[in-house]
Design a protein around this ligand. Structure first.
Ligand code: FAD
Length: 336
């Protein structure tokens, strides 16, 4: 994988903006930049539509009175971006060079040259890596209590994890669910003491120390057993005695962390200790003028489709301002 010298291509090949990532952040950035007449190109990566394609019902994205399906919402965002004039490439970026102008990004299919870049590669939930967990994702297994907690009103749910996110999500779930069982493989939480106390004070929260989930139990769809029905329970294993127990449960939340998709940027841009890209507070700008970030790739606090979309809008506006002060950049078609 070699990067070409800037003299090896003509201005015709240079994009105004390359958007890396096709989640709510990337698609929103594409919509805005297309409407500015900047002919953005968006590269989708391996998961066109992003994390929302892993879920079923979305109830908290504004504009829809009834719950909508996550994959459908992302198809709408893609179609809206294309209708506005954005181009979409089903490719994955494997390496970047932000030390040259124009910037260079190497994909599986080809190399992209751009005057500005928006990174919106999102984050991946860390899962337990159980086949049954994968099977029931979106059908009772979730990684987002804020998103899906309300679907478990008066139900029994379990949550796995021991950090702040797990504690916060367990507290949130307790506002909806009948019971919440927090399962942790050790005998103490890593969460802040204040959070722990709030959690311990909630009568409907039960703590299962020294246990891990080894299987998710559930039904399959009557007409097609290859498809998940709903979760009915979990099998937990005592990490000290290896004894296994089945627990009836309506839902399982996995809160053992997220990994931002930043491996290919780590040489070029600063990250925090968890690998999230850093941006200037109140802006999408990074330490490199012309490179902007949006969405979960830089946000470990909010992690919502609507916040990612908002940050995609910010990044597009910041990129547009950047392009405006670059005299050689114009709005005519670049890469087709
Ligand atoms: C199960 C689940 C349910 C959820 N439910 C809700 C909900 O109901 N409401 C809500 O608001 N939020 C929900 N969320 C959170 C929401 O999905 C995320 O906050 C949001 O998708 C983040 O958007 P994003 O654009 O930053 O990144 P993502 O959606 O993570 O998209 C990242 C994109 O980057 C691409 N990419 C990654 N690496 C590369 C690369 N090297 N080259 C090119 N492209 C790359 C990926 O293919 C993908 O297209 C849920 C999340 C999950 C996991």
């Amino acid at each position: 994988m070699t990067l070409e010298s800037p003299s090896a291509f003509s201005n015709q090949d240079i994009l105004n903006t390359l958007i890396i990532g096709a989640g709510p952040a990337g698609y929103t950035a594409a919509i805005y930049l297309a409407r500015y007449g900047r002919n953005p190109l968006l590269v989708t990566g391996m998961q066109p539509g992003g994390q929302l394609t892993l879920t079923t019902e979305v109830e908290n994205f504004p504009g829809f009175a009834e719950p909508i399906q996550g994959p459908w919402l992302m198809d709408q965002c893609r179609d809206q971006a294309m209708a506005c004039g954005a181009k979409i490439e089903y490719d994955t970026i494997n390496a970047v060079d932000f030390g040259v102008r124009p910037f260079q990004c190497i994909g599986d299919a080809r190399t992209y040259y751009a005057h500005s870049i928006i990174i919106s590669t999102g984050a991946a939930t860390k899962w337990l890596d159980l086949d049954s967990e994968t099977f029931y994702r979106g059908h009772g297994v979730s990684s987002c209590a804020t998103c899906d907690g309300r679907f478990f009103k008066d139900k029994d749910v379990a949550i796995v994890g021991g950090g702040n996110t797990a504690a916060e999500e367990a507290i949130f779930l307790s506002q909806h669910a009948k019971t919440v069982t927090l399962i942790h493989r050790r005998d103490a939480l890593r969460a802040d003491k204040v959070l722990q106390q709030r959690l311990f004070d909630i009568p409907k929260v039960r703590l299962l120390w020294n246990h891990k989930v080894v299987r998710v139990l559930g039904t399959t769809q009557e007409h097609n057993p290859a498809l998940p029905g709903k979760v009915t329970g979990i099998v937990v294993e005592n990490t000290l005695s290896q004894e296994q127990t089945s627990l009836p449960m309506d839902g399982l939340f996995v809160a053992i962390g997220h990994s931002p998709n930043t491996d290919i940027f780590k040489q070029a841009l600063p990250t925090d200790s968890d690998g999230y890209l850093l941006s200037t507070p109140g802006s999408s700008a990074t330490s490199i003028p012309g490179v902007f970030v949006a969405g979960d790739v830089q946000d470990h606090v909010y992690r919502q489709a609507v916040t990612a979309a908002g940050q995609g809008c910010m990044a597009a506006m910041d990129a547009e301002r950047f392009l405006q002060i670059q005299p050689q950049h114009h709005t005519q078609d670049m890469v087709q």
